[in-house]
Each structure stands twice: as structure tokens, then as C-alpha cells.
Design a protein around this ligand. Structure first.
Ligand code: UDP
Length: 369
């Protein structure tokens, strides 16, 4: 195929992956990014505490897809970090997701891993929920019962989404496993780690190709008629908000944001794990202490306290029935445009999916095949 001229809208993980794959196919790629930096919500950098911080909250790369992992390895070396999270419940720090040790510590009992499944089945049996589960609440209760749901999930979810858990998709519950063993890792994927030097460093390396040009501080919507001029580009890859592309033609989609409160302390360590969740206390959802993830040595430490918010940089899609319904209307339109061949929609915001980083890369790979 002859060399195409491509425009990539957004220099986050989706945009950078698309740019790289197209450039390697022999296309010429121009990337525009409205922020003054690349990386999108993976943006990170060195902090005053001498450790790398993630400017849009903690990002841990994990995947079972060898093709995706191998692709990332080309642009950064990864460390061997295995993510661990604790949850602050009833004044105790407990391992999360729920596993055998969580249950034993919370209930003050000592049962073996062979007894956990039965224990949880009893909890579920005395709970009321709709089966098969059709929302977040029922999906969690069907696995652990009401008691554990109330302790770990109910209030966290209300804070995170400013919505009742009954109104949210069961799909969200699928992100959190329930373990009958003592594995206290957050993810058990085949591959896991953080790019040494940071995500921004990795994404810059992806964009470092003779056929890729990058323009920062360039907002597509401020010069749309210019970028959309017939014949100017053969292919556009859009990674921004799905509804914005269509001027909200099928209604406004909700995107959830987070206000990040970064703190720098003159102490070596603040908490025993990279992330501590606070389901029932405080207005924030969780505190991240970054040095656990990178194993950087410093006498200081950097924290990020997260306050979910309706406004700010869009970080999450809100999977309730209304948005999922609107998304379908947009998808039909997207499908037509993608079939015509001139436009692709990739990434969390443009596909309106609660993607992890590896799923973003996999989606780009699939759409560019
Ligand atoms: N969740 C919860 N309690 C927790 C952690 C997560 O109820 O301690 C729920 C909550 O609804 C959250 C969802 O599970 O939004 C997904 O959690 P995850 O850790 O994957 O969120 P992310 O890291 O994407 O913000």
C-alpha cells in the first residue's frame, strides 16, 4: 500500500502506540496533543522527593498478552514490581483483594485455604441479591456476601463514582478478583512491572521515529476544519472523548475525574504498601506511596491522595445503563466511519471502555492489523 498521511489526535498510550505501528508500516504520522506533554493519563516524572510520581494516579502495567508485553519491551526495560494493595477497614490494614488472610484478620479466625470457599458460600447464602447479578452490588455480593461487600466495596464505590452501586455495571466488579488462597497480589497476570524511567520515557521512545512528528499544545477541536480538510490526511486516529468527536450528538457521556493531592514527606516510608484504600473513612478513596513501585531509594517519600470528582481531566468512563445506552448509539456511528476506512477510535476515552493499559495497546494493534 502506498504511504499514507496519518493524523493522531492525542499523544497518550493509545495515540503513541498507533503512531508507532503506522510509522513502522511506512506511513507518515503527525501527532497532535493538546497538553504541553506526551503520555496522556500515564504522564509521570521525577518529584522533589527523588522518586517518580504518576501525575494522574497509580499506573501498574500488567498483561497476559505476550504480543503486548513484547511491544512495550522495545521501548523500556521493566522492573519486577508486583502490585500490592491494602484496605483500611475497622481500624486495620487488611490485604486487598479479599483473600484467606483478609478473612482471617477481619473475623479474628484461623481457617485454612480449603475452608475459604465454604466460608464465603455461607456468607453469600445469608445475603439477598439478584441472581444472575446485573449490577456492581449484586456481582460482588454473589461472591462474598453482604457483610464483606459493605466493609470493602459499598462506600468505596459510592465515593469513586458518586453513584449507587446498584446503578453501575457488574463489569466493574470483574476487575477485582476474590481469592480463596493467600496470594495478596493485586494482579496475577503473566507479565507485570513498571517501565524503568517511567511511562513518559517509554511513550517518548515510542514516538521517536523518523516518520513521526509531534505537535504539543495543539487542540484538535480548536482547528478542526483545518485538520479535517479533504485530502490533508488519509487516516485519522482519534483518542479523545467519544461524545466530543460527534459534538455530543447522541447525548453527553459521563467521564469521571480525580483531584490529586500530592504530598512530600521527610520520612523514608509512610505506609506498608504502594496503595492503601480507604473505603469507609475520609473523603478520599486511596493513598499511593510511589516508591514501593519503583524501589527508588530516598530519605523522602511522595504520596498521592485521590479525591474522585465530576470535573477535571477525564480519567474514567462511568459504566451505568444510561451511558452504556448512549455509547451504543455512538458505536454504530463509529462502526460506519471505521468501515469507510478514514477514521479510527482507540483508547479509554474514544472507545468509552474501562480499559487497562494493555487493553489499550491490544485494541490499537487489532484496529491497525
Ligand atoms: N473497589 C472497591 N473497593 C476497593 C477497590 C475497588 O469497591 O477497595 C471497586 C470500585 O468500584 C472501583 C472498582 O472496584 O472503582 C475498580 O477498582 P480498581 O482498583 O480496578 O480501580 P482503578 O485502579 O481503575 O481506579
Amino acid at each position: 500500500m502506498a504511504m499514507r498521511k496519518c493524523l493522531i489526535i492525542g499523544a497518550g498510550l493509545a495515540g503513541a502506540t498507533a503512531a508507532r505501528l503506522l510509522a513502522e508500516k511506512g506511513d507518515t504520522v503527525h501527532v497532535i496533543e493538546k497538553q504541553p506533554h506526551v503520555g496522556g493519563n500515564c504522564y509521570d516524572g521525577m518529584s522533589q522527593a527523588g522518586v517518580i510520581i504518576h501525575k494522574y494516579g497509580p499506573h501498574i502495567f500488567h498483561t497476559n498478552m505476550t504480543e503486548v508485553w513484547d511491544f512495550c519491551q522495545r521501548f523500556a526495560d521493566f522492573n519486577f514490581y508486583q502490585h500490592r494493595v491494602m484496605s483500611y477497614v475497622d481500624g486495620q490494614l487488611l490485604p486487598f483483594p479479599i483473600n484467606r488472610d483478609t478473612i482471617c484478620q477481619l473475623f479474628g479466625i484461623d481457617i485454612g485455604i480449603r475452608e475459604i470457599e465454604g466460608f464465603l458460600a455461607d456468607e453469600v447464602a445469608r445475603s439477598t441479591y439478584k441472581n444472575p447479578p446485573e449490577n456492581f452490588r449484586d456481582a460482588v455480593i454473589s461472591q462474598v456476601g453482604t457483610y464483606l461487600y459493605e466493609k470493602f466495596f459499598h462506600n468505596y464505590t459510592r465515593k469513586q463514582w458518586a453513584a449507587e452501586p446498584e446503578s453501575l455495571s457488574a463489569e466493574i466488579a470483574g476487575r477485582i478478583p476474590i481469592r480463596y488462597n493467600r496470594d495478596n497480589r493485586y494482579f496475577t497476570d503473566l507479565y507485570q512491572g513498571l517501565p524503568i524511567g517511567g511511562y513518559t520515557h517509554m511513550i517518548k521512545n515510542m514516538l521517536d521515529h523518523p516518520s513521526i512528528t509531534l505537535e504539543l499544545n495543539a487542540d484538535y477541536f480548536l482547528a478542526r476544519s483545518e485538520y479535517d480538510k479533504p485530502g490533508k490526511y488519509d487516516l485519522k486516529v482519534y483518542t479523545g472523548k467519544l461524545d466530543s468527536y460527534f459534538d455530543e450528538a447522541y447525548g453527553r457521556l459521563d467521564y469521571r475525574s480525580v483531584k490529586f493531592d500530592f504530598r512530600y514527606l521527610d520520612q523514608k516510608q509512610f505506609q506498608p504498601a504502594a496503595v492503601v484504600n480507604y473505603p469507609n473513612d475520609y473523603a478520599f478513596t486511596r493513598i499511593t506511596e510511589f516508591k514501593h513501585m519503583t524501589n527508588e531509594q530516598s530519605d523522602k517519600t511522595a504520596l498521592c491522595i485521590e479525591y474522585p470528582s465530576a470535573d477535571g481531566v477525564p480519567s474514567y468512563v462511568v459504566l451505568n445503563q444510561e451511558n452504556i445506552g448512549k455509547r451504543q448509539a455512538y458505536f454504530d456511528h463509529v462502526h460506519d466511519l471505521e468501515e469507510q476506512g478514514g477514521t479510527l477510535f482507540v483508547g479509554r476515552l474514544a472507545e468509552y471502555r474501562y480499559y487497562n493499559m494493555d487493553q489499550v495497546i491490544a485494541s490499537v494493534m487489532k484496529k491497525l492489523k
